[in-house]
Write a protein that binds this ligand. Structure first.
Ligand SMILES: [Zn+2]
Length: 69
């Protein structure tokens, strides 16, 4: 495996807890689990102990992050 990091790729959040399949697959909001709302990709996560990277989405329920703009 290469240890070279792609500078353009966003950091991957490593999650150590159990995550529902729907959230993992981006079919449900990562934060609240809503499935009937419009979901937007917000980042990528990886389960601890696994190399598989998943793209997660939220419905926008969470308060905006520090980078306003
Ligand atoms: Zn939500």
């Amino acid at each position: 495996m290469s240890s070279t990091l792609d500078p353009q790729a966003p950091p991957v959040l490593v999650v150590g807890e159990q995550v529902s399949f729907a959230r993992l697959h981006g079919r449900a909001c990562w934060d609240c689990g809503a499935v009937s709302r419009l979901l937007t990709a917000v980042g990528r996560i990886r389960l601890k102990g696994s190399a598989r990277v998943w793209e997660i989405r939220t419905c926008g329920c969470r308060t905006k992050t520090a980078s306003a703009g």
